[in-house]
Design a protein around this ligand. Sequence first.
Ligand code: AMP
Length: 290
Amino acid sequence: MAMNAARSLDTVSSVVDLRSRVQAWRADGLRIALVPTMGALHEGHLSLIRRAKTFADKVVVSIFVNPTQFGPTEDFAKYPRQLDEDRFRVAMAGAALVFAPTVEDMYPPGFCTTITVEGPSHGLCGAVRPGHFQGVATVVTKLLLQCLPDVAIFGEKDYQQLQVIRRMVRDLDIPVEIDGAPIVREVDGLAMSSRNAYLSDKERSVANLMYKALHRATLALHDGTPVAQALDTARAEITAAGFGKIDYLDLRDADGLAPLEAFDRPARLFCAAFLGKTRLIDNIPVEPRE
Ligand code: AMP
């Protein structure tokens, strides 16, 4: 039964084939959702697919490791690729189609267009990964125009990315609804990520301590601890847990992502730090009590 579902799941790699499937569904009056991913799928990705099914009749999952969002010293070459296993998981989660283009399909010779979103791209990951959000915005624009879904689902795990995409879709009048899905965590609190596979057993055993430190910082903020002090304590705890370079640990406005010196409105606490060679990111919402 499970194997049959995976076998019968359609996979297309060309835009022509993707469009003909989507157009046929549209002709039948069906609603379509797109879940963009880079593969190496885990429960976090599958939660997006299940959520998409509540909004739409047919769910398309794109699997594409997008080279333009990786910096020259980042992990593009070693990023995990496991299409067969991913197809099985996608089928089990109930999606209707996998779109798995090649790099040449997405960026044919002569490709020279880039989407730049200012505002929410500034700071946080945008400050330490130059060009990253241009790569994300460009590939997401292409995926949205290739598929033309009614709704596209993105995870709050990459909260800054979600805000960049929301802004871009508004600014460019792309006719799609953007939905943000909550972070799925391991039982010990570590946010699920394809990059967790890089962690050694020892690193994995302490990786959740970033989340624990962020969580304690949100409690301190609720207790009236000044922002700078709560962040300093969290930074010290993350370092003591064995993390190396902390790219950022920041309280930001939940919508526009402006830095906050005082905790006086709905906010999010963001962190990116290295554990060995692996860069982990996480964020948690923190809202002032009534
Ligand atoms: P990626 O394959 O890492 O590009 O992620 C594809 C989508 O899955 C993005 O919208 C991510 O934000 C989302 N995602 C990744 N990990 C999680 C998670 N732990 N919980 C919820 N969504 C996630």
